[in-house]
Design a protein around this ligand. Sequence first.
Ligand SMILES: [Zn+2]
Length: 104
Amino acid sequence: MNISQIVGFSGTGLVIVGYIPQIHHLIKEQCTAGLSVPAFAVWCSASLLFLIHATMIRDVVFVGVQVVNLAASGIIVAFCKRYAGQVCPSHAPAYSASAREDAS
Ligand SMILES: [Zn+2]
């Protein structure tokens, strides 16, 4: 493994670390607060296209990070649809305040 790949896989590790709290909260609390299904659906589609490209150019780092992005965005879209509109107690006050502002 060369230095470029080490840097790339380190970045992939950070991508995984970034997704873990989001997915953990979504699944454990069944809370969709702040998650946009259309945005994650587009990112999921983009990851699939990038994955095809990365495979065609045989870039192992790019393949790895796109597999991670595809899996994470797919999980987020699936659980957001499953728990549509549900918000945990810790996010509920923020959503209630937002709804009051919208009504006034
Ligand atoms: Zn929440």
